[in-house]
Design a protein around this ligand. Structure first.
Ligand SMILES: Cc1ncc(COP(=O)(O)O)c(C=O)c1O
Length: 385
């Protein structure tokens, strides 16, 4: 190659402050997660007309597979946005000013859920819960008593603390008793743990593409029940991009109101095919086994999970920093020396923990590589002395 071109390229890279190349790493974050080659390759399909027959076929295929993943007969919509857009869509389409929404707050994402309720004029009734635990059905029933609650909104898997609220079924019954909508943020768990949406009476369930579904980031999935549609029609939200009435109107002709991220739709379709091939039950068991192996290893190292034993998540393994060692030191060594990428703490928990995403394609191989990288990094940092 002409030397001047090489020099220009190097100069450009220097100015950009990046090598502009990305090594393949083992991404053990609580999202995004590793994406199988099959799913990556699906994105190379040709672009099609999003108002043409091929898209309608894709729309049907995705809907069928999403119903399986959500275990629902309801419609499930694919939104071109990250998970936050899905939660905003739910909240902005059901709330009128002053509506009361019960929301347990036990971490960063449930805090954000509460903020969204406030943003759209709702009146959140916060149930403060220790970070590391989840609200019990009794706490929720007590808080709902005598209140005219429009909805109960729960984060199923609090990604910031590694807590799974394994009481969704019971909360669903409380929502039903109060004729309240039941909204569940399942962004970091759908496809990785039990979540029978219809059986548990969930009216609106939100998931993200980049977590347990092992798809790239960029899509939010949202299921809507008949009860939720009644409320949405009464509310007539002013939401524009995330307007569910408009989305429903286009759904009738198997289209979306605005241009969908076609390549991500291809990816999701393939990722959901893989989920169907494996079967939900097997997939959930795989997540459970991998999580158990992580917790066993962490304890063997003398480290402590952040969440209380009762609420330990099978998709996010949150671990307290060992005394005298920072998560940054551990994370940097794991990334630089072993090519394994894990996350730190969020919000008020920043600098106190590291978090490992055990999601999507996770198998014993990824667990072993991560545990080995963790062990070596701790050793190098003098932890085992
Ligand atoms: C439980 C939960 N809710 C909401 C979000 C926000 O999703 P996104 O970052 O895709 O907007 C996340 C992201 O990690 C999450 O884990």
């Amino acid at each position: 190659m002409d030397a001047s071109i090489t020099i220009k390229k190097l100069e450009f890279r220097r100015r950009m402050g990046t090598k502009m190349t990305y090594k393949k790493q083992l991404i053990m974050l609580p999202g995004p997660t590793n994406v199988p080659e099959r799913v990556m390759n699906a994105m190379t399909k040709p672009i099609i007309n999003h108002r043409g027959p091929e898209f309608r076929e894709l729309y049907d295929s995705l809907l069928k597979k999403l119903r399986y993943a959500f275990q629902t007969k309801n419609d499930v919509f694919t939104l071109t946005s990250s998970g936050t857009g899905g939660v905003e869509c739910a909240i902005s389409n059901i709330l009128s000013p002053g509506d009361k929404v019960l929301v347990p707050v036990n971490g960063v994402f449930s805090q954000r859920l509460k903020e969204k309720i406030e943003t759209f004029g709702g009146s959140p009734i916060e149930i403060p819960v220790k970070w590391g635990a989840a609200a019990t059905p009794d706490q929720i029933a007590d808080a709902a008593e005598g209140q005219d609650v429009k909805a109960i909104a729960v984060v199923y898997n609090e990604t910031s603390t590694g807590v799974t609220a394994r009481v969704l079924n019971e909360i669903g019954k409380i929502a039903e008793e109060h004729d309240a909508l039941y909204i569940v943020d399942a962004i970091s768990i759908l496809g990785g743990d039990e979540l029978p949406v219809d059986k548990w009476g969930i009216d609106i369930c939100i998931a993200g593409s980049q977590k347990c579904l092992a798809c790239p980031p960029g899509l939010a999935l949202i299921s809507i029940s008949g009860h939720a549609w009644e409320v949405i029609r009464q509310t007539r939200s002013k939401a524009y991009y995330f307007n569910l009435l408009k989305i429903q109107e286009f759904h009738e002709r198997k289209e979306t109101p605005f241009t969908p991220a076609l390549t991500l739709w291809y990816a999701l379709d393939e990722a959901l095919t893989m989920l169907e091939e494996e079967g939900l039950e097997k997939r959930i068991k795989r997540h459970e086994e991998c999580a158990r192996a992580f917790y066993d290893a962490v304890r063997e190292f003398g480290l402590e999970p952040f969440a209380d034993e009762h609420w330990l998540s099978n998709t996010v393994i949150a671990v307290k920093n060992p005394p005298g060692i920072t998560d940054k030191e551990i994370r940097d060594l794991m990334r630089e020396k072993h090519g394994v990428v894990i996350a730190g703490g969020m919000g008020q928990l920043k600098g106190t923990m590291f978090r490992i995403g055990s999601m999507g394609i996770i198998t014993g191989r990824e667990v072993a590589a991560t545990v080995q990288a963790l062990r070596s990094s701790l050793e190098e940092l003098g932890y085992f002395k």
